[in-house]
Design a protein. Structure first.
Length: 146
């Protein structure tokens, strides 16, 4: 009798495992699909957040020049190398160029070293100096600023 009982018991366990496996298999597949869907959604959210950050950065950069353009209709570009070359071509020291533009000599050095960039009002002053000839610049430096 114990042999029949043990055989019956093992057979019941085998069938129970088979039934459980058959019931769990669709759940495992669904769980795996849900995990992959969640991972895809996380990637999509990360991409959208990155895109939103770039859009906000562009919008914030775009809004500043728009307000600056409303003050003056001209937009100025600045190149540190060209600025330094023009200063040397005119034979001006950083202090002299700073006096013409209305900033310190250290600021001129920082602009040329690309450690900082001029503000919009300073760009307008640089453009005004750019339009002057060497004689006019020397005359402006010779007269004391009031």
């Amino acid at each position: 009798m114990p042999d029949i009982m043990s055989v019956l018991k093992t057979e019941i366990l085998r069938l129970a495992r088979k039934e459980v496996r058959n019931e769990i298999e669709p759940l495992k597949k669904a769980s795996a699909q849900y995990r992959s869907d969640i991972a895809a959604l996380k990637r999509q959210v990360a991409a959208l957040e990155k895109q939103l950050g770039r859009t906000e950065k562009r919008a914030s950069k775009g809004s500043e020049p728009a307000s600056a353009e409303s003050e003056t209709s001209t937009k100025f570009r600045f190149s540190a190398k060209r600025f330094a070359a023009q200063r040397k071509k005119l034979g001006l020291s950083a202090g002299d160029m700073g006096n013409l533009v209305g900033v310190s000599a250290q600021t001129i050095y920082n602009w040329e070293a690309e450690k900082s960039r001029p503000r919009h009002q300073q760009l307008a002053a640089i453009a005004a100096v750019r339009k002057l000839g060497k004689r006019q610049i020397m005359a402006n430096l010779a007269t004391p600023a009031e």
